[in-house]
Ligand binder design. Structure first.
Ligand SMILES: C[S@@+](CC[C@H](N)C(=O)[O-])C[C@H]1O[C@@H](n2cnc3c(N)ncnc32)[C@H](O)[C@@H]1O
Length: 312
């Protein structure tokens, strides 16, 4: 082990002589990622985005755009730190967000570690879209949303975004994992939202009693049995509890659909992400007219259904 660490240190020292600028480092990271065949999808969707995220976050620069910095030269210690991250990303296959301890969703910087899924739900984008504020909103008047429930909140990402998108709302958020909630608690505190986002431990609706809400959002576990068996190594660093949706992927979604009607206010609705489970869901609920909403990077993965459509 010691020999390997010494060899790794030598390689890093040797390489860092040649990698002078941010551009050099970006190119190097991409070549290494391509050679290693790493899987992307934890907040970034391509090698270039992931390499840029690692470099910029490591340098504590804004992660949105690497272009202004491409010709900037790196200090020796910056080079070494980035090279170590690139190597760790390839050797351990840990998602970059876990290696760096942070990730971004809708521009909000959140803590990330193995206690919870790396936030990446498409619902984040939808909360700030025309669906909740344009000419054809899903709810009659999104400005009047006073209560939101985020089921399966994980690191708290969607609860936090909902509190930001709907400034008048009180947000309850539940998760069965104490570990995930411990991380969520830190994220909620970091964003100064402790007074409006209430984290509760328990099974789906269990912790909220008979409370009802204007809006329920959820990005629950929805990977089916086949998907779980084929997960790239990166995803195995995330809690299985956050991914495993049972044989067809819709075990938790079915339970959400069964109870949501009891927890929605009149005129309210449920926005839920189901990944590749659309067909399974439509086959299981032939009489429910789900509205499938596309996002910039997804098609047919998020549905909207109202209390009335659920029989309320
Ligand atoms: C796909 S992760 C989503 C986390 C977060 N909403 C996000 O988008 O980043 C699913 C979450 O559901 C939680 N979970 C699994 N089964 C649950 C249950 N029966 N009741 C409540 N939460 C559950 C897991 O602990 C995990 O944090």
């Amino acid at each position: 082990m010691k020999k390997k660490q010494a060899a790794d240190r030598d390689i890093i020292a040797e390489r860092s002589i040649y990698l002078i600028t941010v551009r050099d480092m970006l190119r190097h990271a991409m070549s290494e990622f391509a050679r290693a065949g790493i899987a992307h999808g934890h907040g970034t969707t391509s090698a270039i985005d992931e390499a840029a995220f690692i470099i910029l976050e490591s340098l504590r620069l804004p992660v949105e755009d690497i272009n202004p910095w491409l010709d900037a030269r790196l200090l020796p210690e910056e080079r070494k730190a980035i090279l170590k991250l690139i190597e760790a990303r390839i050797e351990t296959r840990r998602p970059a967000a876990y290696l760096l301890g942070h990730t971004y969703i809708q521009g909000v910087r959140l803590r990330a570690d193995e206690r919870a899924l790396v936030p990446r739900s498409y619902i984040g984008e939808l909360l700030f879209s025309e669906h909740f504020g344009g000419d054809a909103p899903l709810l009659a008047d999104p400005d009047t949303i006073e209560s939101v429930l985020d089921l399966c909140t994980g690191s708290g990402s969607l609860a936090i975004l909902a509190a930001m998108a709907f400034p008048r709302a009180r947000v309850d958020a539940t998760d069965i994992s104490g570990d995930a909630l411990a991380l969520a608690r830190l994220n909620v505190a970091d964003q100064g939202l402790k007074a409006r986002v209430h984290l509760k431990k328990g099974d789906l609706f269990g912790p909220v009693g008979r409370a009802s809400y204007d809006l329920i959002i959820s990005n629950p576990p929805y990977v089916d049995e086949e998907g779980m068996a084929e997960l790239p190594e990166e995803y195995r660093h995330e809690p299985a509890l956050a991914l495993d949706g049972g044989e067809q992927g819709i075990a938790i979604v079915r339970r959400i659909l069964a109870e949501a009607v009891l927890h929605l206010n009149p005129g309210g609705g449920l926005l839920c992400e189901v990944g590749r489970c659309r067909d399974a869901l439509e086959a299981a609920y032939p009489d429910v007219d789900f509205l499938w909403i596309d996002t910039e990077e997804s098609s047919g993965e998020v549905f909207w259904v109202t209390k009335e459509q659920l029989g309320g």
